[in-house]
Design a binder for this molecule. Structure first.
Ligand code: ADP
Length: 479
């Protein structure tokens, strides 16, 4: 094949190349441009040679071209994106790969460039990037957790909310989800995942206890879906939320409802007993043949029943108020409150010959004075009531401080409590079999409510015939 034929072959190939091919001198004048180059610049065939690149771009882009030309002069090739303005005024982005040509004497001749219009490509890339940013932001900022497991149930990925809620960082990756499930939920969770693995694309809803990084178990409500076959996910995807608070509230609601039922039964019973006494004696009083003595006795019974009703409604109110979480939390000297209560009960204490011993210099605590008064009052009241049969009735009040917690005790040498009833005595309206129905059965429930309202705990130690010691805690006060 002759040289001319060979040149012709290259010319045909270059002319029909889909990529734009052009050559510019060191002043950026077009020396050559193929058909595709003309199309990209929006110029009719043959219209580029003799024109300058500057005609097809803004100043910024032209500066970029000049810098590139400097690189070519140094003998370097390069690839870069360049914004051009076509002859019809449309702005496009071209991706250029340029190489230098040198004369035999080594001086710079021209820059040869191969390029294509990448405007659409760039736009698609940018759209994709934006969409990804959007979904990422959605995932990471959602209150719900998103987690991906591999086919062996090992953590592969978790949204930022997952880390924030569970407290785990990347260290959890590679570990099996089953290692974090509560032992009691493990068996059913295994069955869940067996189902999931066997049924791709079939989501499963479950509530299971999951261990957080602080070691505590939280209820997670999850929707688990096997997308192992989905090429974009290739995992088991879990959408979940922490519903521990809701669960606790539900449980509380159930126990409150049970309490309320018991409450309604006892309250109506306790209200009706004195009422029927009152109405019974009132009827008897209507009879004509009554001795003065009978009349006095009936009226006294009515008055006593009315008094009990009054006492009952008053203690109901106290009980209701003791549960209110708000209160006047201040630093208190418990000794003062104890002295107040004892002064209030001085007459009864003297009458029953109860000896009271109060430890001196009790630590100050942080609590509501009114509630502390209720607590001491009820415990002392019970101690008086239930030591009535003791030989030398004795009550001892004191406290021990351990760190920031002060544990108080109110000890008596009364009849004590049967172990069977120890769990029940703090429930409202529980009066224990065997004992005389002295009270209303609401005193200790009020104590418990008041102590728990300031964040403390209350419990009892007792043996029948050996007396009882009631304990309650409160936060020590620094000031
Ligand atoms: P009550 O009004 O009947 O005293 P409480 O709620 O104060 O109701 O107490 C519940 C029950 O716990 C009492 O009925 C009694 O059987 C028992 N109890 C309370 N305090 C003492 C105590 N110091 N010694 C013995 N038993 C007690």
């Amino acid at each position: 094949m002759g040289r001319e034929e060979e040149e012709d072959r290259y010319r045909v190939i270059i002319e029909n190349q889909a990529m734009g091919i052009s050559e510019v001198d060191q002043e950026e004048n077009f020396l050559f441009a193929n058909l595709a180059a003309h199309q990209i610049f929006g110029v009719p065939p043959g219209g580029l040679v003799g024109r300058n690149l500057r005609d097809f771009m803004d100043e910024g882009s032209f500066r970029q071209v000049r810098e590139e030309t400097e690189e070519r002069k140094k003998g370097k090739s390069g690839t870069y994106d360049l914004a051009i303005i076509r002859a019809d005024g449309e702005r496009r982005i071209i991706r250029v790969t340029a190489s230098p040509r040198f004369r035999a004497d080594g001086s710079f001749l021209s820059a040869l460039a191969i390029f294509s219009d990448v405007t659409e490509l760039k736009k698609t890339e940018e759209d994709l990037r934006q969409r990804e940013r959007y979904y990422r932001a959605l995932l990471h900022n959602a209150a719900d957790m998103v987690t991906i497991l591999d086919e062996n149930l090992r953590f592969r990925w978790g949204s930022r909310s997952t880390a924030a809620i569970t407290g785990y960082s990347g260290a959890i990756y590679g570990k099996s989800v089953l290692d974090f499930i509560h032992p009691e939920d493990l068996e059913v969770s295994r069955a869940d995942f067996e189902f999931i693995l066997r049924n791709p694309g079939n989501p499963l809803h479950a509530i299971r206890r999951f261990r957080h990084s602080d070691g505590s178990y939280h209820y997670h409500e999850a929707i688990v879906n096997n997308l192992l076959d989905d090429t974009t996910v290739r995992g088991i995807i879990i959408n979940s939320r922490d519903i521990t608070e809701r669960k606790l509230m539900e449980e509380q609601l159930v126990s409150r409802n049970r309490e309320l039922d018991a409450f309604a039964t006892t309250v109506s019973h306790d209200l009706r007993t004195p009422l029927s006494i009152i109405s019974g004696y009132a009827q008897l009083l209507q009879s004509d043949d009554l001795t003065e003595e009978d009349r006095k006795a009936y009226v006294a019974s009515i008055a006593k029943a009315a008094e009990r009703l009054d006492e009952f409604t008053a203690s109901l109110l106290t009980y209701a108020q003791a549960g209110k979480p708000e209160g006047n939390m201040v630093s208190i000297d418990p000794g003062t409150v104890i002295a107040e209560v004892l002064a209030e009960r001085a007459v009864e204490l003297q009458a029953a010959k109860v000896e009271v011993e109060v430890e001196r210099g009790l630590p100050r605590i942080h609590a509501d004075p009114l509630k502390l008064n209720q607590v001491i009052y009820n415990l002392v009241d019970n101690a008086i009531k239930y030591t009535a049969e003791a030989e030398n009735p004795h009550i001892e009040i004191g406290a021990v401080q351990q760190g920031g917690v002060v544990t108080f005790y109110v000890r008596d040498n009364g009849r004590g409590i049967d172990h069977r009833f120890l769990d029940d005595i703090f429930l409202p309206f529980k009066r224990l079999e065997g004992g005389k129905p002295h009270g209303l059965g609401i005193g200790l429930a009020t104590v418990k409510r008041a102590v728990e309202a300031w964040g403390g705990r209350v419990w009892v130690n007792s043996n029948p015939g050996e007396g009882s010691t009631f304990y309650f805690t409160a936060a020590a006060s620094e000031d």
